[in-house]
Write a protein that binds this ligand. Structure first.
Ligand code: TMP
Ligand code: ASP
Length: 255
């Protein structure tokens, strides 16, 4: 038996060679890290939930005309995606102050920001994802100015779209991180598309009524109920059919 070729292993996912050229299989692990790998753990069932949540959100983005790498979900932990050249820039959009912006500017967590703020971070585990400006991106050749324009306008459209979607299920989209890739078509034309995943690992989601955290901050801050929070997000999105709940071993099913 031949084993499929592993292309890349990250902290939360593994990428394997896909069944056709130009495709990859994205496998979602239960591993969780925080604070640039300083804190490590396992969130049982997280991979299964993030696979489904990301499938759902990427599909909704496609319907809204926002291009992304998702093709289809293959099984509980895997999805087929288009192979892209990842831009080494993480784009963070913030609506409410939380996390690193609170420390950086001494703002109280939960303060609504005067307007949505977009930040860029250099994707480097070794350096701990430092905050960067457009100048760094262009000077070091991580992306060209038109690519930055595309990433910025896509990020703002995604923020509008996802803020509305989450509000509809009683969740505030506090902030989130996106990754982008270059997708080349048959004629070698390139376009920027959303890649990676969109899940509670890379979003802050607070309950509208109680401000309860429903995302990876529960793990980062040892708040407990991590699996339950991810499961509740999936449940509110309407993507947790009864039959699947039994498959997510070790997680308690919320009603
Ligand atoms: P931060 O407040 O730690 O800068 O994070 C902002 C948002 O971006 C938060 O929802 C978590 C997400 N994020 C990631 O998904 N990966 C990262 O490496 C970082 C720094 C943030
Ligand atoms: N994912 C990043 C890490 O593991 C940062 C975070 O999510 O807190 O270090």
């Amino acid at each position: 038996m031949t084993r499929r070729r592993k292309i890349y292993e990250g902290k939360a996912k593994v990428l394997f060679e896909g069944p056709e050229p130009g495709t990859l299989v994205q496998y979602f692990k239960d591993d969780a890290t925080a604070f640039n790998n300083e804190k490590k753990g396992v969130i049982t069932g997280k991979g299964v939930l993030n696979n489904r949540i990301s499938e759902y959100l990427m599909t909704r983005l496609s319907e809204a005309g926002i291009p992304n790498h998702f093709v289809r979900r293959l099984n509980m932990r895997e999805q087929l995606v288009r192979e892209v050249e990842i831009v080494p820039v993480e784009v963070v959009v913030r609506n409410i102050a939380a996390g690193s912006i609170c420390k950086r500017f001494n703002i109280e967590e939960g303060t609504p920001l005067p307007r949505s703020i977009v930040e860029y971070y250099y994707k480097s585990d070794e350096l701990g994802d430092p905050l960067i400006s457009e100048e760094h991106i262009t000077a070091f050749g991580w992306a060209a100015p038109p690519e930055i324009d595309d990433m910025l306008s896509l990020s703002l459209r995604i923020n509008d779209f996802l803020s509305g979607l989450f509000l509809g299920i009683g969740l505030k989209l506090v902030d989130f991180k996106l990754e982008f890739g270059r997708l080349y078509d048959e004629n070698d034309q390139m376009r920027i598309v959303v890649a990676d995943e969109i899940s509670p690992d890379g979003c802050r989601l607070w309950d509208v009524e109680t401000n309860e955290k429903m995302d990876k901050d529960r793990f980062r801050r040892d708040l407990g109920g991590v699996e339950e929070a991810y499961q509740e997000v999936a449940r509110r999105l309407g993507i947790l059919p009864e039959s699947d709940q039994q498959d997510i071993k070790g997680t308690t099913t919320l009603q």
